[in-house]
Each structure stands twice: as structure tokens, then as C-alpha cells.
Design a protein around this ligand. Structure first.
Ligand SMILES: [Zn+2]
Length: 64
């Protein structure tokens, strides 16, 4: 699983990059979703409701 969708804050994290700075510690488990479906992630970001987490993007240079 490569992505972690926080449905509370509507942020998409990369599992390998996610950390305390991402601020998902208060998100209930029921609102956390794990996936490696890139099409689904694209769909979420294209909907403009969801955003890629800026913290995780700092580490995005190595892969996609
Ligand atoms: Zn993050």
C-alpha cells in the first residue's frame, strides 16, 4: 500500500513519507483509507476536494 487517504482533513499522504507533521493523529481509524490504486488517487486529487499532503510532497522526488 503506497497511499494513505485522510478523509477528515482530505489530504493524501504517501505512506513512506507520512509523519507527525502530516497532522493525521486525530483522524479516527474509520476515516483513514490505505490504497495503492493510483487511478483512485488521481481521481480524488482531480476532484479538487482532496489535496496531496504538502509535507509528503517534499519527499516525492524519488518516486512518481
Ligand atoms: Zn503527509
Amino acid at each position: 500500500m503506497r497511499y494513505f487517504v485522510d478523509h477528515k482533513t482530505k489530504l493524501i499522504h504517501k505512506i513512506l513519507s507520512a509523519g507527525d507533521e502530516c497532522g493525521f493523529n486525530t483522524t479516527p481509524v474509520s476515516e483513514r483509507e490505505f490504497t495503492n490504486n493510483t487511478e483512485y488517487i488521481e481521481k480524488l486529487t482531480n476532484s479538487s476536494e482532496y489535496e496531496r499532503c504538502p509535507h509528503c510532497q517534499k519527499f516525492a522526488l524519488v518516486s512518481d
